[in-house]
Design a protein around this ligand. Structure first.
Ligand code: ATP
Length: 310
């Protein structure tokens, strides 16, 4: 078994004049979780679609994609059999109930009879949907629909699970339940490739994240290594960009880094004591101190926010 689940080398995809993906390279070891992060339009979905053969890269000869030994441009069917896909939209069949949605997918993979029955029962239990197995799709909550789409993607016991924004729009409690299931899948050997806008999702689940902007890589690494090596540990956020002049002069010479935008001023430092001295000079209601996160790295590197429209 190759220890690399996915290898992407110098892959590009243009739509007309738009460079959706621009010379991207990365590797995903088996049984790990890898995330593509970036703002709307960064190229995350396009990259994932090229991996499971739903979009073709620009040049099959210059860029290379290898998924468990297969090239999606040539072996789409082999990749279909060894992967499961959770697309951005739920695309469940509204005419069928919960269980039937799974049965139809099982048939796509020639899983029938007792084997299908056992697999469906296992997945309904695993994703805590057994009590709703006869429910119509319209009767399900957003979180239940998402869990059903994940169950459906797991019907063929895939070695690779590809998830496009698995928890967007879900409440925090449902998000945590889904994270727990994904963690379990990783522990039992499934490789996870996901896109997300949520920094916490990437930090909680992923062994490696690749932050993208306008089709290209900004930075890649383990979430905690990225934080350790690329950004100060703490930040004070001052809303409305308000920073009294007296405070500004107190910052001079302290090494505190100031990042100012229209709506927010951020003060970064590894030294909590220095930041606390500044915080004492600020209006309590207008500032907030926290640990830095991946979003701060993106802002520092690109000058943009992750949830900004392209
Ligand atoms: P989001 O977070 O909003 O899902 P994304 O990072 O997944 O964004 P993509 O959907 O991959 O970004 O889009 C990358 C760029 O390619 C965007 O400018 C988008 O408009 C463009 N694009 C994507 N699919 C197509 C298509 N089928 N035809 C034309 N342009 C496309």
């Amino acid at each position: 078994m190759p220890d690399k689940a996915i290898k992407v080398e110098n892959v590009s995809k243009k739509y007309g004049d738009i460079h959706a993906v621009d010379r991207l390279s990365f590797e995903v070891p088996s049984s790990t979780c890898f995330a593509l992060l970036g703002p709307n339009g960064a190229g995350k979905t396009t990259m994932m679609k090229m991996i499971y053969g739903k979009a073709e890269r620009d040049s099959v000869s210059s860029g290379k994609i290898n998924v468990f030994g297969f090239d999606p441009a040539k072996d789409e069917l082999s990749i279909k059999y060894l992967s499961g896909v959770v697309p951005q939209d739920n695309n469940l069949d509204e005419e069928l109930n919960v269980e039937e949605n799974l049965r139809v997918y099982a048939r796509f993979y020639d899983i029938t009879g007792r084997k299908a029955q056992d697999r469906i029962k296992f997945l309904l239990d695993f994703l805590e949907l057994s009590e709703r197995k006869k429910a119509a799709i319209r009767e399900l909550s957003g979180g239940m629909k998402r869990r059903l789409v994940i169950a459906r993607a797991l019907i063929n016991e895939p070695r690779l699970l590809i998830l496009d924004e698995p928890t967007t729009g879900l409440d925090p409690q449902v998000r945590h339940v889904i994270w727990e299931k994904l963690r379990h899948l990783k522990q039992t050997g499934t490789t996870l490739l996901l896109t997300t806008h949520y920094m916490e999702e990437a930090s909680q689940l992923c062994d490696s994240v690749l932050i993208m902007n306008k089709g290209s890589m900004v930075i890649e690494g383990h979430p905690s290594d990225l934080l350790k090596n690329n950004i100060e540990r703490y930040v004070i956020e001052i809303s409305n960009g308000k920073m009294p002049d007296g405070v500004r002069s107190s910052i001079d010479g302290t090494g505190i880094r100031i990042d100012e935008t229209m709506e927010m001023t951020r003060l970064f430092s590894d030294d909590l004591d220095k930041l606390n001295l500044i915080a004492d000079m600020l209006d309590r209601k207008e500032h907030h101190m926290r640990q830095s996160n991946l979003e701060d790295i993106f802002l520092k590197t690109t000058g943009r926010k992750l949830n900004e429209q392209q």
